[in-house]
Ligand binder design. Structure first.
Ligand SMILES: Cc1cc2nc3c(=O)[nH]c(=O)nc-3n(C[C@H](O)[C@H](O)[C@H](O)COP(=O)(O)OP(=O)(O)OC[C@H]3O[C@@H](n4cnc5c(N)ncnc54)[C@H](O)[C@@H]3O)c2cc1C
Length: 146
């Protein structure tokens, strides 16, 4: 099955139809990757999370990579890679509107908050505030079978 490069428009179309990917970050030369749900915001991918390793690492090094794929019957697939920058949306007046925008986009999916909220039992986490952030798109690439 041959593979071809996707155009930017095709990549964005694929990202907008999807909501699940793998988010990678790096600290001290070591990579870390976790599955996350995202919401597509044209030049930014929005994610909801609780505090933890990925947030700590992304705060210390904002370079991030998000990969998602779409698979269809008969082995056809599309895969998109976004290189970007971590941009946290604190609960402040400055970020209020964008936080609401991220919320609006994310809440279109049922139980959107659950996978980001759940952690192995840790009472301290119940006191933690949820975090909204965006991955600001620097570069995008995609490949697909045809
Ligand atoms: C389908 C799906 C959707 C998800 N959607 C989201 C989302 O939208 N937002 C979100 O924040 N999280 C989401 N998660 C959970 C996410 O993958 C992480 O497990 C979670 O965010 C905790 O990451 P952390 O860096 O805060 O880990 P911490 O709780 O700080 O724990 C760090 C340690 O746990 C290990 N660890 C953490 N997560 C995983 C994992 N998934 N698999 C194996 N080991 C792990 C690490 O290797 C590390 O040693 C989703 C998971 C799945 C499977």
């Amino acid at each position: 099955m041959p593979v071809r490069e996707m155009t930017d428009h095709e990549c964005m179309d694929c990202l907008s139809k999807g909501h699940f990917g793998h988010l990678a970050c790096v600290k001290d030369g070591r990579p870390y990757i976790v599955p996350v749900h995202y919401a597509y915001g044209i030049d930014k991918m929005y994610v909801f999370s609780m505090p933890g390793q990925k947030i700590d690492w992304l705060r210390s090094n904002p370079h991030a990579c998000l990969q998602m794929e779409e698979r269809s019957d008969h082995g056809f697939w599309k895969s998109v890679v976004v290189q970007g920058q971590y941009h946290e949306l604190p609960d402040s007046s400055e970020h209020h509107n964008e936080r609401i925008h991220a919320w609006d986009l994310l809440q279109k999916r049922e139980l959107w908050w659950e996978p980001g909220y759940l952690k192995p039992e840790n009472n301290e986490l119940t006191k933690s505030k949820p975090i909204f952030f965006g991955i600001v798109v620097d570069a995008i690439s995609g490949r697909q079978t045809y």
